[in-house]
Design a protein around this ligand. Sequence first.
Ligand SMILES: NC(=O)C1=CN([C@@H]2O[C@H](COP(=O)(O)OP(=O)(O)OC[C@H]3O[C@@H](n4cnc5c(N)ncnc54)[C@H](O)[C@@H]3O)[C@@H](O)[C@H]2O)C=CC1
Ligand SMILES: O=C([O-])CC(=O)C(=O)O
Length: 327
Amino acid sequence: MSEPIRVCVTGAAGQIAYSLLYMIANGDVFGREQKVILTLLDIEPMMGVLEGVVMELSDCAFTLLTQVIPTADPAVAFKDVSVAFLVGAMPRRQGMERKDLLSANVKIFKVQGEALNTYAKKDVKVLVVGNPANTNALICSHYAPTIPKENFTAMTRLDQNRARAQIAQRVGTDISNVQNIIIWGNHSATQFPDVANGTANGKAITDLVDTSYLQSEFIETVQKRGAAVIAARKMSSAMSAAKAAADHVRDWWLGTTGTFVSMGVLSDGSYNIPKDIVFSFPVEIQNKQWKIVQGLNIDEFARGKLDITTKELLEEKEEAMAICNAN
Ligand SMILES: NC(=O)C1=CN([C@@H]2O[C@H](COP(=O)(O)OP(=O)(O)OC[C@H]3O[C@@H](n4cnc5c(N)ncnc54)[C@H](O)[C@@H]3O)[C@@H](O)[C@H]2O)C=CC1
Ligand SMILES: O=C([O-])CC(=O)C(=O)O
């Protein structure tokens, strides 16, 4: 059993955290041999609710959970953390797009970037879940200049999981038989869920499923799944978001084995995506370092989709920087 690591979850009194904390404390993210100290950040008015969450964590009697530190102070929450799940942010309501949250949420990520820069370990791994996740991750990294840019990522794993589940149902196979579906771009309705390199039961998905479904209904279902959940639940996805956050960080921490996963990462210009936006790419991970999968074919249909989501991310970046510079 190795020394405990400090792991921060923000928005710790909220919906997603309620499922996510269980998975972290249970060993589903860092493995069954890794003890954790959880630092739980939320805002002052939520401290009473957070106290209830702390009681429940205690009552779960997790053997890997060494200590729990609830706080409203980012300096305490981020002190010496190895991993930060940045969940705390306003969720959207029915009829909104995620980018409508920009003005409310982006300032949170500016402040937390500055706090991570000062208090966290320099190799801290940061997953931004709060929406709009890609642009919030960009801003967070911008305000944390002493932490490597590659340590900031945004969550598109929920989109990948959704896409995988849709294809498994369509083909009539288990999820575990569906691999290498890619989410390109923004965690928004412009994202491009791409099956061109994907397989189901070892065969190309494009040979198993008709093109008209793959190029229209499939893409739209994945793009709009978050809105569909909000319409049904009157609250945004939480259990599935927590599972995706756990999947994302588990693969980052423990590595991938021969398959791609999608993560929002700072573009290095791969696939002609402009540098300096956080864009979801297929990555492979070893020794806690992700690498963008290179050399995949991008046909005309795919290029059109990549252009649309790129344009949206460039617009979001401009708006976010304007908001941050005005404050
Ligand atoms: N990237 C993705 O795939 C997904 C992202 N989301 C996003 O995750 C975020 C959180 O969603 P939920 O947990 O459902 O929301 P929630 O409203 O249940 O919880 C959010 C929590 O964050 C806290 N919070 C607000 N400002 C904070 C700050 N400055 N520092 C620390 N905590 C703060 C709130 O007090 C609240 O307890 C939303 O922005 C939502 O849109 C949700 C699902 C999927
Ligand atoms: O749709 C939302 O607002 C929450 C979210 O990001 C998702 O479920 O993908």
